[in-house]
Design a protein around this ligand. Sequence first.
Ligand code: HEM
Length: 480
Amino acid sequence: MSSEVASAIARAMELDTNSSDVEKNPPPDIPLMPIGQAADMGHASDGTPLFDPRVFDSYEFVRNPYPYYKILRDHYPVFHDTLHNCYWVTRYDDITTGYFDDEGFNTIPKGSSSGVLGNTQLELSGIEHKRRRNLYGQHLVGQALKARLPSIERLAEEMIESFDARDDGSVIKNDDGTRTVELGKAFANEFPIRVVCEVLGFPKEARGQFYYWYNSMMSGLGGSDTHRQGLEARQDLEDYLEPIVQERRKQPTFLHDDDGKVIGKDIISKLCEEKIDGDYLSTEEITSNVALIVGGGGETTRGAIMNMWYLLLQHPAQFAQVMADEALWDNAFHETLRHSTPIGGQPRHNTYDVELHGVRIPAGSLVQMVDFSANHDERIFKDPEVFDIHRQDLYSGKILRSGYRKEGRCSHMAFGVGPHLCPGAWISHQEAVLGSKILAKHLKDPKINVARMKKDIDETSLVPIGLMSVRELWIDYQAG
Ligand code: HEM
């Protein structure tokens, strides 16, 4: 799987699918190491560490990638990987330059998402990309987003306040009156999908079905065994949308704020009236946009919420500071995305021959821009492995469309930069922060239930986030 957000999500899913295989069958020469230490892959005669690309396929790399990225950044900032037939670019400055250069490093030939998501702006560069990107972007930012914040809060409250009523095993009422919740199943997996469904103007009664389509499409991106299920889900979604599209072409529907005032047309209605090169979008194109918005906004925001709570609860002093000053949720969100982003990077193809750090990349090569590594580049972020919501080198202000350096600080690379900068960055930020504020009010004195969590190789420590977002997070709390 490879293709922008789709590819990134898919890569996460791929890793998810494959990690259990590699866990069972680690490549023989790559041992599992203490976190932060790389396995010895040999040295050149001048002492330079060698790099074995088989490490990319190992479970060791999934759980402990950062010391390997450091070797790449320090010694092979452009690594020609002949095993996977691509070039890995790992330094922050090179990656940001590449992302801004949409002409030199284009996003065109990706393909494997096409069957599931369909043709989307992710697959396009230049003016073609720009035309599609402007179709609905305004719904996810600025005044339209501001007007929708109360609805986002309402959706979070609805889910959180009904924790005790859940009967799916995700909330346990303990004998001593305390509770234990699995945050993913009870909240984070579904909350971002509910938010996006509302902005799309997706009928509420089909929400459960939509969640099934979403899951099937996401796993369909991740591997050949689930690809067929993804394709079928996408077709079902298109069939479902067909009459809705016909209806809304004649009669658009609107989003309202909580006082009933019209904010604007919902995204599906907006897509129905948009034209590209003089033609209305077909249902197929509208379905692709819907799939992309939900695909781009579900797994990613889920991962951000899960990782943020996992990291904060493992840093109780910082968690206490956030509890004492709600404004710090913004810092926690951005530092989480720097420390453990849910999206690891983006593939690009270079349009021309490029020479970078002495490596010639022939035109048309697959170039993997590794956001994970940019976020841990010590040339930009001091002690990058440390989770610190107060770090002075990370820009945590208003997300910038046009740049990534402000006031002497750099932004994390989790939303990308340049023309493909995530259009959902603003809404996902609000979802994660508003949702967390409400969670924090409900979950009194929260602590990770270590006994229920997956352990690392020492069978005691919690498994590190590594390349995977946290999938299950069990939290004990006092009911409010
Ligand atoms: C923490 C949450 C999120 C993360 C980490 C994230 C990450 C990203 C990244 C890295 C890209 C850039 C892809 C590239 O450079 O090629 C991107 C693009 C995109 N994201 Fe997000 N995203 C998040 C949330 C969302 C949400 C909530 C939505 C929708 C509501 C969304 C919709 C999209 C779309 C449509 C694109 C394609 C933009 C384009 O190609 O022009 N994302 N996202």
